[in-house]
Ligand binder design. Structure first.
Ligand SMILES: Cc1cc2nc3c(=O)[nH]c(=O)nc-3n(C[C@H](O)[C@H](O)[C@H](O)COP(=O)(O)O)c2cc1C
Length: 196
């Protein structure tokens, strides 16, 4: 399968980078074609300008290249830390600019003639790895885990991807090297299982 990994974390020594490279290596070993896009390293511009918005379906080259990679992918993996219950701004900008109307999704009508969204991505599955410091029970009780709804319904579900799996690793701040090794093994297994 052709699998796209999108990573959003500024520090090369971060656990997020370790997840992305470990998952990439496991998928390559399983025979997949894998592309890892490190948004911070490549300096992806998160700003959706008035000019770009006005130009509608003519995307700047960097955006076009990312959009084509998304459209060509059989599977998509996103790796990012939880920052204020959201993806880092660079990834939010990537979503704004790269998941384009008419390409990733379109608006149509259903059998009853009502307006509806029609997801257009050909990828059959998406996998999201996130990291955070809030203990799981507190995240669920206090905040309701907003990232889960965001990725499963608002983003990949919206764009027509039927299977969306997510794993959050927490609390990174209190984790031991041994636990992080276990998490990396879990991430690799999850990726090779979802994209079998
Ligand atoms: C700007 C910022 C906002 C953050 N917001 C949250 C948050 O809302 N919830 C949480 O559990 N952790 C939050 N964190 C902690 C990060 O999620 C944590 O440092 C990261 O997941 C650890 O992975 P890393 O070692 O790869 O950076 C935040 C960290 C930063 C820098």
């Amino acid at each position: 399968m052709n699998i796209l990994i999108v990573l959003a974390h500024p520090k090369p020594a971060s656990f997020n980078h370790a997840i992305a490279t470990c998952v990439r290596d496991a998928l390559l070993a399983a025979g997949h074609q894998v592309t890892l896009r490190d948004l911070c390293a490549e300096g992806f511009d998160a700003n959706f300008s008035a000019d770009e918005l006005a130009r509608g379906n003519i995307a700047p080259p960097q955006v076009r290249e990312h959009a084509d990679a998304v459209l060509a992918a059989d599977g998509i993996i996103v790796v990012h830390p939880n920052w204020w219950a959201q993806p880092p701004a660079i990834l939010k900008g990537w979503l704004d600019r790269v998941l384009r109307p008419g390409e990733a999704y379109r608006f149509g009508t259903n059998d009853k003639g009502e307006g509806c969204v029609i997801g257009q991505l050909k990828a059959k599955a998406a996998l999201v790895f996130t990291t955070s410091n809030t203990p799981r029970e507190a995240e669920l009780a206090l905040y309701g885990d907003p990232l889960d709804n965001l990725w499963k319904r608002c983003i990949w579900g919206f764009c027509g991807i039927e299977r969306v799996e997510r794993r959050n690793f927490e609390p990174v701040i209190a984790s031991t090297p041994a636990l992080r090794e276990q998490w990396l093994a879990d991430a690799a297994l999850m990726a090779t299982t979802v994209f079998a």
